[in-house]
Design a protein around this ligand. Structure first.
Ligand code: ARG
Length: 451
């Protein structure tokens, strides 16, 4: 007869709607390998304390390998009463090896099991994210290295500010992503804490060796408090906060590039591979890839914020609300991974129009340098700022660029101006857009993120 794993104390039947409501197998089955890995380690720990003998352990492990293979081959048959990946795997194990399968869960609860599985699963995804993020940093750095000669206006308030290098802009994105890479390595140890052996909430009565389990499963440390061990989901919240912050960087980069790809700016052209057309307006080439990168940042923020609301107000230890951790986490991991790879593709294939960038460099962006020129002659910046502003106004009145003003014009504004006015590329301090400082950034990023 069909029976739920926890069916012993129940007499009434579950409402079918409730059954579907409670079921998480549709989405948590992606953790099947982590669940089986955890069970294999747990079986070994049960042998070490004499609950299983060697032969039983081997049978269980072989059975678990078969279950894993069924999932991998796509032939695992889900039964109606399977509630989640943990009950499904255990049910199948017992079908394969008989009542012995029922010994595996001795001293273990789905509470410490699920917390272990999610951490194991996420640790794998951290490695993938790290690899994808490094690849993105790498293409930004490579482009920056190859395109140091393109100058364009740097903008504040989206108004032309001062001349910068295209490379300098690309590297500014890379530095944000480099910080994200560092942050990821800082949160990883808090994911790699083993809950298994915390039981339902009050620890493991058979005194399994938790240090052994941690080592078997590749965790850095063991959850020191069982109440905390079964309930902590901060590692999920933190991962989503991390992803959200990364996506705000992504969104900023996407927004810049969308603006620069308009006909009005024309600084870059997106490759066809990352653009789409309009079903109505034949002339259009839309930057959908960049718009989705920008749009997904809102979605990932929502996943994080929604889950924080789930956590808020929970009492201690396990509550079924915690099952709501998985869908936002999985969605975040999937979309983040897609975003990182799309961004890498967009950046590595876009076309740069140096002439358009150059043309946007009207001479008014040199107004700060003009002010600095007089500073070098000993005049206070507050005064030189004013003089330079008057030069901009004069050029505007004459409908010319400030470099087209004559020396006499300059002298009429301040007697300290002489022939050498308008020599630029002085920004040699660390962090600036000079060629030398851009090269310094490239070598720092290459060195520190193996990009
Ligand atoms: N599917 C559940 C989850 O994801 C597993 C834990 C169930 N534990 C329990 N006591 N009902 O949270």
């Amino acid at each position: 007869t069909k029976q739920k794993l926890w069916g012993g104390r129940f007499t009434g039947k579950t409402d079918p709607l409730m059954h579907a409501f409670n079921q998480s197998l549709q989405y948590d089955q992606r953790m099947y390998a982590a669940d089986i890995k955890g069970s294999i380690a747990y079986a070994k720990s049960l042998t070490l304390v004499g609950i299983l003998n060697q032969e039983e352990e081997q049978k269980i492990i072989q059975g678990l390998h078969t279950v894993e293979k069924e999932w991998k081959d796509g032939v695992f048959k889900v039964k109606e009463d399977d509630e989640d990946i943990h009950t499904a795997n255990e049910r199948r194990l017992s079908e394969l090896i008989g009542p012995l399968g029922g010994k595996l869960h001795t001293g273990r609860s789905r509470n410490d099991q699920v917390a272990t599985d999610v951490r194991l699963w996420l640790l794998d995804e951290v490695k993938t994210a790290e690899r994808d993020l490094k690849a993105l940093i790498c293409v930004l750095v490579e482009r920056a290295d190859n395109e140091k000669d393109y100058l364009l206006p740097g903008y504040t308030h989206l108004q032309r500010g001062q001349p910068i290098r295209w490379s300098h802009l690309l590297l500014s994105y890379a530095f944000s992503f480099k910080n994200d890479l560092d942050r990821l390595s800082q949160i990883a140890p808090r994911i790699a804490v083993l809950p298994l052996g915390s039981g339902a909430l009050a620890g493991n009565p058979f005194v399994v060796d938790r240090e052994f389990l941690a080592k078997e499963l590749g965790f850095d440390s063991v959850a020191e408090n069982s109440l905390w061990g079964v309930a902590d989901r901060d590692f999920i919240a933190e991962y989503m906060m991390w992803a959200t912050l990364l996506m705000t960087h992504m969104s900023k980069m996407a927004e810049d590039l969308i603006i620069y790809s308009t006909a009005e700016f024309g600084f870059i052209t997106l490759s066809d591979a990352y653009s789409t057309g309009s079903s109505m307006m034949p002339q259009k080439k839309n930057p959908d890839s960049l718009e989705l990168l920008r749009g997904k940042s809102g979605r990932l923020f929502g996943n994080m914020a929604g889950f924080m609301m789930t956590l808020k107000g929970l009492p201690s230890t396990y509550n079924k609300d915690l099952q709501e951790d998985k869908e936002p986490l999985f969605d975040t991991v999937d979309n983040l991974s897609a975003c990182l790879r799309i961004a890498e593709g967009v950046i590595s294939t876009l076309e740069v129009h140096g002439n358009k960038m150059r043309a946007a460099l009207t001479m008014d962006v040199l107004a700060t340098d003009l002010a600095d020129y007089l500073v070098r002659k000993g005049i206070p910046f507050r005064e030189t700022h004013h003089v330079s502003g008057r030069a901009v106004a004069l050029a505007e009145a004459r409908q010319c660029q400030i470099n087209e003003l004559t020396l006499a014009d300059f002298k009429s504004l301040h007697e300290e101006f002489s022939e050498d006015v308008l020599a630029v590329e002085r920004r040699q301090a660390i962090g600036g857009p000079s060629r030398k400082m851009v090269e310094r950034q490239i070598s720092k990023l290459r060195h520190e993120s193996q990009a």
